[in-house]
Design a protein around this ligand. Sequence first.
Ligand code: ADP
Length: 581
Amino acid sequence: MTGQSPIFRKLLFSAVLLIGVTLLAVDFYLTRYMDGHETAQAERQLEAQGGILIGEIGRIPPAELENWARQIQQRVQTRITIIATSGKVLADSQHDPESMENHAARPEVVQAMSGQRGIARRHSATLDVDFLYLALPAHADGFVLRLAVPLGEMQTTIAEVRRRIMLASLFAAALSLVVAYLFARALSRRIGRIQVFADGLLNANFSKTLAPEPADELGMLARSLSGVADQLKNMLDALRLEASRREAILASMLDGVLAVDSEMRVTFCNGAFARAVGASMPIAERLPLLELLHDPAFLGSLMRVLVTGEPIRQRLMLAHSAGRVFEVQASPLDDRVRRGVIAIFHDITEIERLERVRRDFVANVSHELRTPLAAIRGYAETLLDGALEDPGNNAKFVQVIHSQAVRLNNIAADLLVLSELESEKARPAPERISIRDAVETALRTVESAAGVHDVRLSAGDCGDAAIAGNRIRLEQALVNLLDNAVKFNKPGGEVRLDVARSGDGKVAITIRDTGSGIPEEDIPRIFERFYRTDKARSRAVGGTGLGLSIVRHVTESMGGTVAVESQLGSGSTFTLLFPEA
Ligand code: ADP
């Protein structure tokens, strides 16, 4: 990993480059310095020798010049050449002057001819060494004295020094490279550790910690990153807590919550909404809403909220949830990142039902009261109009008025009972009721009516079962049931009451009759107020249509249930099931 790290490679490359450039620079400047130094020394040496020889040369006869030059070379290891002003070589310590070419064009000779000291450095191809030439003008004798020394020895010295410098530099470079390598590797590893830690933060993985780092810039970066990690973790924890609270609130809400984006795709919803549209959780994110809710008109409303930014409130009937009615409040959701709509589905089915029940109830009560009141008013007016004097009818008319007044009284009494049952405050504290006692009282109450209708009333053994509740109300419920069983029976029919304990701590009171029975389609409705399967017959037998409604209320207020089975023409069975006290 270290070898592949770009930082590591760059650091190492920089070190190699730096060391290389330094070596080259050292080599270049040192070589030049040494060369300059050695040349200057050779020049000084030639000048000193030249100074002496130029004084000597005047005394040497021309024929001896050759020998003199050779002797001098042997003495001081310097090549001596004597050149005439024409450029012709007169004598040379190494070569035969006759075989040498004209020297007039040699730079050092040209300078000396003009009366100055001439100096030049040239490479000798024959000997493959550099030569330093010094030419001095000898005015009196009219020729030039040239001295030359090879610089070969000096170059060998420089090469040796360079070799040693190179060796030392290479050793230093190798050492520097090792140090640079170790440093780069350590740096690269530290950066690698910080990177792994930072990557962990990106994936919200806070399990990794950073080992203590040295207190340099990288160490400070690592400490800052650790601080960021702590803050990030706290923020994420807070966010998670918030999210789980929100989830819990949404999940436990009875109202459905739905959020859609600008493309009408679900961004989130809760269980209540899923239930309302008949879907099961979890609902796939970004699911097109139309696949859940096949109501283009409602989708159009949501679109309008999105476009206008104005909230709307509307009623919506959802076919999926058995025609339940919802009041939907839809508001724009503008979170800057994306626009959408949030809708709250409030189930108002029950409220609607209660409103309908209340309306029906008022209409029913009015209707129920109108009939006896109209009869009373009619007969009273007839009496006032002279029928009072009619001995054949007046007593009959007064009897009708009386029976209708009784009927009104019964309705008022039943309504009062119902209203008391519905009012929590009026409900007295439950007492222990002996079923046997309640049944005996109820049977005694309907005894005479059974006699009138020629119906045989019987009861099985009630045992010692007891339930908790209000005794008067239980007796009333039993009377209502027994009364119906008698009223809707035929002459010679039977009514039987039985009490039985079920194994699961419940006690059942069953009232079975051999009466007219109830049409199947009416069974679910007979417990509603004023509902009667046969209005005329009910009225004829003095019914108010409120009896079973009272029975249901009483039973439920004592924690029980009421059920009915009936066969049209052969009788009905009403069963009250109570938890045993
Ligand atoms: P009502 O005062 O008319 O008896 P209820 O609420 O007690 O009112 O009963 C509602 C209707 O249910 C009755 O009108 C009758 O049509 C039917 N019903 C109740 N009990 C019986 C029964 N035992 N046999 C046949 N029909 C019954």
